[in-house]
Design a protein around this ligand. Structure first.
Ligand SMILES: Nc1nc2c(c(=O)[nH]1)N[C@H]1C(S)=C(S)[C@@H](COP(=O)(O)OP(=O)(O)OC[C@H]3O[C@@H](n4cnc5c(=O)[nH]c(N)nc54)[C@H](O)[C@@H]3O)O[C@H]1N2
Ligand SMILES: Nc1nc2c(c(=O)[nH]1)N[C@H]1C(S)=C(S)[C@@H](COP(=O)(O)OP(=O)(O)OC[C@H]3O[C@@H](n4cnc5c(=O)[nH]c(N)nc54)[C@H](O)[C@@H]3O)O[C@H]1N2
Ligand code: SF4
Ligand SMILES: [Mo]
Length: 749
């Protein structure tokens, strides 16, 4: 078995990177909002540059790293214009990412809390790993296997996500594993699986977007969340296509739109049904497509017909003439797409809401055809791959289900165990966090956390922090001392993106290779090496290699025949082909040519047993919490350009902090006047869960009945102190995007 003392895996066995084309300004260098996506510095390329990918979002922009002792983190980020997804453009987060590699910004030695209530103190690796193995083992002995839990992240590589799921099921024997992707795209995944039989965020490459007739972008703000992708929408409009944006705020993305619909948060389901009603009423359905390629239309149609435009206007606040204009714009061209992101998905009815938008695509024949379809813009670096290989509560590698006997048998055979030894499905992310430290038969006493910072990012965060503090034992693997790591008994400092090799699957379903460009600090170890060492201490000498390519080779076999089949993908192929789209099975006969990968799904048939897409039978229902006298307003939450997620990484980058120094409450001038608030005044946003305080940012770009807070900060401005953990019944997604609040001036600082 190969173990790598540097913890980052041996150098990948790869052909040398192809020589780059001459540096040229990237196409993302436009002015306006796209200026956010600038090309990286150009300049002479030396052989020592390494082609790799950004550590942050699901676009997984290609970049090239050049050693430079004078640059923050010792690396200069260079343009990698040949990589097709971002074609050289990067946002500020990607450009500054090496800053977090610098020793001053990160953890470089393990920390342990030797006494309860004591401080975290530096420790050696042997002591720290022994303590983690003992802490997890003790809880299991005393309280049973399901008293030990694992929480993962959608930023982890495929290899890590795979190894973490295997570690939970085999080494710990627990069913209690879930991950932060549950908070991200789980509603779209559930709806996509229900409708199409498989969940791949985008069933086509981003490059198809400019070639469609009209895109409806629902609750997505790529101008801030994926700036280099905005170019695809700009190109769409330059070619005469139309863009409709649905967002309660007039965002930088909405400013680009031909039509902006601004519904009340939490009413997208009614909006989609209202549009479908008009499609039917105006005779714009595609009867041939419906008859040949779908099932369930009659029930879906009947449900939509109950949502009259006037009713939909009352519920959503979107005027009927705008509904009609949207239907015309969407249906007049030959082709169209609906793309959703977190706006409609992070609702307690997110699955049905996405189902309603899919219905609109199906009824108009905008699915399973070239340049048409429904897609979800997945969020995290490995948001797609992270949901395919077994860190989700109900899942085995290859997007298989733990409840499927054939799937259990296949994966158990790869793992060399009896299928009976595999536990069943466990609890979803919020339910798992809510069970931490509980002194009940189903309480969780010990937790291993890798790649998430839930004390900032989970709903009802003060409660989650309390639960985490009540654990008998908490171990956190992280690159920085995150707010959650601060609560841990043991913190293990891990190597980072540019220091290790591994695969990620971007929002298009394109499997990519991140490569090691620099050596990590001697005190840090890779997540795979940590799992290897813990497994050995808990009795598994074999089965948890620390070399990523070795893990990937096993993942290929485990995924073979599954929905997300990676068996035909190799590190070498990814490097040669700018990524490979799954499914990519291994040909049965090794003499056959390799499978080319699948950039476009569903063109011939959907992945359901009968090959037809399924309409969802859905009707509108209110949010879990509607405004009343005490809480008369709606809070919605989201992101700003210069910070990433819980901010654990980006809050450590000076340039990003200068651009986005802290939380704020965005509110309309009419509302500001009513509560007597001026720009910059401290405002308290209060819900049934708690109170967050942040300065007022007064703007006409938001509905007057709604306030917005970004969720990137801890402390008094933590938006998630206020948010509602009400869960979608199918996806178990919390309602991050809508809760009832009151807003009032807060005491001075
Ligand atoms: N800068 C930056 N980029 C990121 C991230 C980051 O943290 N920072 N995170 C990455 C990740 S993991 C993700 S998941 C993606 C998320 O990417 P997006 O989904 O684009 O980001 P959000 O800001 O969460 O939400 C998008 C929009 O939804 C709107 N919205 C709020 N409530 C509703 C509603 O009820 N209905 C509708 N239709 N819209 C609503 C918000 O006003 C917001 O403009 O971004 C990725 N990229
Ligand atoms: N109110 C509100 N809350 C939200 C959302 C919202 O829109 N509104 N969005 C939700 C969404 S979509 C998401 S995705 C979540 C994200 O929220 P989190 O799960 O908290 O995401 P990050 O802040 O990216 O946390 C990742 C952590 O892992 C560390 N890390 C990075 N790479 C690695 C690695 O390779 N190994 C290890 N061991 N650690 C690593 C980072 O330093 C960081 O501490 O937040 C959710 N919370
Ligand atoms: S858009 Fe996403 S992947 Fe691209 S540079 Fe920015 S954070 Fe990185
Ligand atoms: Mo996300």
């Amino acid at each position: 078995m190969s173990t790598d003392p540097a913890g980052a895996g041996a150098g990948p066995r790869l052909p040398a990177a192809p020589p780059p084309p001459p540096a040229a300004p990237g196409p993302g260098a436009a002015s306006g909002p796209e200026a956010a996506a600038r090309p990286a510095a150009t300049g002479p390329r030396r052989d020592s540059a390494t082609d790799t990918h950004c550590p942050y979002c699901a676009l997984q922009c290609g970049m090239s790293l050049l050693p430079d002792p004078s640059a923050p983190g010792g690396l200069d980020v260079r343009e990698r214009a040949a990589f097709p997804v971002n074609r050289g453009a990067l946002c500020g987060k990607g450009r500054t990412a090496p800053a977090v590699l610098a020793p001053g910004a990160r953890l470089t030695e393990p920390l342990v809390r030797r006494e309860p209530g004591g401080a975290l103190e530096p420790a050696g690796w042997e002591e720290a790993l022994d303590l983690v193995a003992a802490g997890l083992g003790r809880a299991r002995e005393r309280h049973g296997r399901d008293a030990v839990a694992v929480f993962g992240g959608g930023g982890l590589t495929n290899e890590k996500a795979y190894a973490l799921g295997k570690f939970a099921r085999l080494v710990l024997g627990t069913s209690q594993i879930d991950y932060n992707g549950r908070f991200c795209m789980s509603s779209a995944a559930a709806a996509g699986t229900r409708a199409f039989g498989v969940d791949r965020g985008l069933p086509f490459p981003l490059a198809d977007i400019p070639r469609t007739g009209c895109v409806i972008l629902v609750g997505a703000n790529p101008a801030e969340t994926m700036p280099p992708a905005l170019r695809y929408f700009t190109e769409l409009r330059e070619r005469g296509g139309r863009l409709i944006v649905v967002d309660p705020r007039r965002t930088r993305t909405a400013e680009q739109a031909d039509l902006h619909l601004a519904p009340r948060p939490g009413t997208d389901l009614a909006l989609a049904l209202g549009l479908l009603h008009l499609v039917v009423a105006e005779g714009r359905t595609d009867e041939e497509f419906i008859a040949e390629r779908t099932t369930g239309w009659e029930a879906a149609r009947a449900a939509a017909m109950a949502h009259w435009p006037e009713y939909v206007e009352r519920v959503t606040g979107v005027p009927v003439p705008q509904l009609r204009a949207a239907v015309r714009m969407f249906c007049e061209p030959e082709s169209g797409m609906v793309l959703t992101a977190r706006g409609p998905e992070q609702q307690s009815k997110g699955t049905d809401t996405v189902g309603a938008w899919i219905n609109l695509c199906l009824a108009t024949g905008r699915a399973g055809r070239p340049h048409s379809g429904y897609g979800c813009l997945t969020g995290q670096g490995n948001g797609q791959g992270g949901r395919e290989h077994g860190q989700k509560a109900d899942q085995l590698p290859g997007y298989r289900l733990l409840t499927d006997p054939a799937a259990r048998a296949h994966v158990a055979a790869v793992w060399g165990v009896d299928p009976q030894e595999l536990p069943g499905p466990g609890r979803s992310a919020y339910e798992l966090l809510d069970a931490l430290g509980r002194d009940t038969p189903d309480g969780i006493r010990a937790l291993l956390l890798m790649g998430s910072n839930p004390v900032v990012s989970a709903p009802r965060a003060a409660h989650v922090a309390e639960r985490a503090a009540a654990l008998d034992f908490l171990a956190v693997c992280d690159v920085v001392l995150s707010e959650t790591a601060r609560l841990a008994d043991v913190v293990l400092p891990v190597t980072q993106w540019a220091e290790e090799t591994g695969t990620l699957t971007n929002l298009e379903g394109r499997v990519l290779l991140r490569r090691r460009a620099v050596a990590p600090p001697p005190g840090c170890r890779g997540d795979l090496e940590i799992l290897h060492a813990l497994a050995a201490r808990l009795g598994w000498e074999k089965g948890f290699p620390a070399d990523p390519e070795e893990v990937f080779e096993e993942l290929r076999r485990a995924s073979a025949g599954g929905r997300a089949d990676y068996s035909g993908i190799t590190y070498r192929r990814i490097a040669e082909e700018d990524g490979v789209f799954w499914p990519c099975p291994q040909p049965a006969d090794p003499a056959d040519p390799p499978h080319p990968g699948t950039p476009r799904l569903f063109l011939d048939r959907f992945a359901t047993p009968d090959g037809r897409a399924r309409f969802a039978e859905v009707t509108h229902r209110p949010a879990a919490e509607e405004p009343n006298e005490e809480y008369p307003l709606l809070l919605t939450t989201g992101r700003v350009l210069a910070q990433y997620q819980s901010g654990a990484q980006t809050r450590r980058v000076a340039e990003l902090n200068a651009a986005a120094p802290g939380p704020f409450v965005q509110l309309h001038p009419r509302l500001a006047e009513r509560i007597g608030a001026a720009e910059g005044d401290r405002l308290a946003v209060i819900s049934r869960r708690g109170r967050a305080v942040a300065p007022a940012r007064i703007s006409r770009d938001i509905r007057a009945d709604t306030v917005f807070m970004p969720f990137h900060w801890p402390g008094e401005g933590r938006a998630n102190t206020v948010t509602n953990p009400a869960l979608d019944p199918v996806s178990r997604m919390p309602e991050f995007k809508v809760c009832a609040v009151r807003v009032e001036p807060a005491e001075p600082d």
